[in-house]
Design a protein around this ligand. Structure first.
Ligand code: ADP
Ligand code: MG
Length: 414
């Protein structure tokens, strides 16, 4: 079935055509009808399968038709997401899909001044896309009126329910009109969170696509065993051998992000970092530069693991393994979006092997091992242009010396 054949507003169809969306993806095919019917939905589908449009299309259609006959009277749909970048991205999708309709959306989030946001809230906003902190703040000050909300959407739902926001979300639900629709979307969910989600709604329609393998089928992912101190040399090599590729690197902490940034700088590789210590303007600037491909390497913490949709990211590198197993699925899911294919590789040190084991248990299968032959491993250490890397020069000197002495077997540096 094509979007042309759907019973949705002509304007939305035109917007879809303009975006090049001809046919719905599986999750869109399954979730659009029940949302249009007013059902509660819990939808689980792999990363990059178009979950945003799966809720945006029917919501815009409902609100556009409604506005035909009723005067504008407040926020009708509340979309809650975990990060500011994701809020902005989803707002862009709403904007694109609601062009020439009567539906207006607004995005609010923390880390920026609230006054301009309060002003924008005065207008005729139908869809409010928001991160929880700022929303609760503004609502408690009386600037966000939830009395008319008919549809509540939690994107990255498992994370939203797990963030310690559950009490706040229950509060929000209490503020909504008694009869309202609740929609949950995510690529991952576990039993505990599923129960929690069910406790918030009555008789939801559950839609689950490809439940067996949570990793997107478009992502070719593997693990490489690399010593903690050697990771930067492997990253350097990967980047230099794929100069044209956009690469997204995930690290464990903000400090690690800056450290990897410096290591790359030392070997002449330009990169950007994004993490919670940066101010919001910087965060948006960084995302925009990476999106446009002005800088091809982005080093991120898990703040960017979920939801972010950047076209043509060829590689995701887990420079450190994620501590939460489900974040493995989300991180590697930043590549292979839509119809694209992508690669992901995890650098796993000896210390991280237990984390890998947990991830594999979570995935229900082992991660393919990328074999690195001893010679290749050594070659990668030799490949670096890191001038600070005096120890390496010493080892090479030492090896040459030994070779000249008695030709020993090539020793592997640990
Ligand atoms: P998810 O939330 O499932 O991870 P997104 O909603 O971010 O996925 O969409 C992933 C990508 O797929 C986006 O770049 C989006 O533009 C594209 N996309 C979504 N729906 C369609 C469609 N029906 N046809 C073609 N591309 C689509
Ligand atoms: Mg998404």
């Amino acid at each position: 079935m094509k979007f042309e054949d759907y019973h949705i507003s002509f304007e939305i169809k035109k917007n879809l055509a303009k975006l090049g969306f001809k046919k719905p993806t599986d999750i869109q095919f399954k979730s659009i009808p029940p949302v249009l019917k007013g059902e509660d939905v819990l939808a689980i589908a792999q990363t990059g399968t178009g979950k945003t449009a799966a809720f945006a299309i029917p919501v815009i259609d409902i609100l556009h038709r409604r506005k035909n006959t009723r005067r504008n009277d407040g926020i009708k749909c509340l979309v809650m997401v975990p990060t500011r970048e994701l809020a902005q991205q989803i707002a862009e999708v709403f904007d694109k899909l609601s062009r020439h309709t009567r539906v207006k959306s607004l995005c609010i989030f923390g880390g920026v001044e609230q006054d301009p946001q309060i002003k924008s809230l005065d207008g005729d906003v139908d869809v409010l896309i928001t991160t929880p902190g700022r929303m609760f703040d503004l609502a408690s000050q009386g600037f966000v009126d939830l009395n008319r909300v008919e549809i509540l959407i939690l994107d990255e739902a498992d994370h939203m329910l797990d963030l310690g926001f559950i009490t706040d979300i229950r509060d929000v639900k209490r503020k909504l009109p008694r009869k309202h629709q609740t929609l949950f979307y995510s690529a991952t969910i576990d039993e505990k969170i599923k129960k929690l989600a069910y406790s918030l709604v009555e008789n939801p329609i559950r839609i689950q696509i490809s439940p067996k393998d949570p990793v997107s089928k478009n992502v070719n992912h593997s693990v490489a065993y690399i010593g903690m101190d050697d990771k930067r040399f492997f990253l350097e090599r990967l980047v230099k051998e794929n100069e044209e590729s956009k690469i997204l690197i995930f690290v464990r902490t903000k400090v690690r992000a800056e450290r990897v940034f410096k290591a790359m700088e030392r070997v002449g590789i330009k990169s950007l970092t994004i993490h919670g210590d940066k101010d919001q303007k910087d965060r948006f600037d960084v995302m925009s530069q990476f999106k446009k491909g002005e800088v091809k390497l982005l080093i991120a913490t898990d703040i960017s693991a979920r939801g972010i949709d950047i076209p043509s990211v060829e590689y995701v590198v887990n420079y450190d393994l994620p501590e939460q197993s489900e974040n493995y699925v989300h991180r590697v899911g930043r590549t292979g979006r839509g119809r694209e294919k992508g690669f992901a590789v995890s650098f796993c040190s000896d210390e991280e092997k237990p984390i890998l084991k947990e991830i594999e248990e979570y995935l229900g299968r082992p991660v393919t091992v990328m074999e690195i032959k001893k010679n290749d491993y050594h070659e990668t250490l030799d490949f670096t242009e890191d001038a600070d890397d005096n120890w390496k020069a010493l080892i090479i000197d030492n090896e040459n010396f030994l070779k000249n002495q008695k030709k020993p077997n090539k020793k592997k540096k640990k």
